[in-house]
Design a protein around this ligand. Structure first.
Ligand SMILES: [Zn+2]
Length: 97
C-alpha cells in the first residue's frame, strides 16, 4: 500500500531533541523555552544546533563539578561518556537489561 504523504517532518512541527515525542504530548515542545506549549527554536535545524551546544555545555559543567568533588556529578560523569548522551542526544542508545 502507499504511504500516503510519507509523513514528512514539517518545518514547524518537530520534537525537541531534548524531549522527544512523549513529553511533546503534554506540551514540552522546546528545551529552550522552559514553558509548556511554547517553542523558541525557529526550525529543527536551529533546535539541533542549540541542543548540540547545550549538551557540550552541560557535559563540561559535569566534568568541572566532578573534578571539584561533587559526588552527584562524579556519578553523572560515569554515566555519560560523551555530550551526545545528554539531553536526548543518544535516544537510540538502550540501557542494558
Ligand atoms: Zn528546541
Amino acid at each position: 500500500m502507499s504511504a500516503a504523504g510519507a509523513h514528512e517532518a514539517r518545518a514547524t512541527e518537530w520534537y525537541c531533541e531534548a524531549y522527544g515525542p512523549e513529553p511533546a504530548e503534554i506540551g514540552a515542545l522546546c528545551f529552550r523555552s522552559g514553558e509548556l506549549g511554547k517553542r523558541v527554536c525557529n526550525d529543527q535545524d536551529e533546535c539541533h544546533r542549540v541542543m548540540a551546544a547545550e549538551r557540550r555545555r552541560v557535559f563540561r559543567r559535569i566534568s568541572e563539578r566532578a573534578a571539584s568533588g561533587d559526588q552527584a556529578m562524579v556519578f553523572l560523569e560515569g554515566e555519560f561518556s560523551s555530550p551526545e548522551q545528554l539531553l536526548g542526544g543518544g535516544q537510540d542508545q538502550e540501557a542494558d537489561g
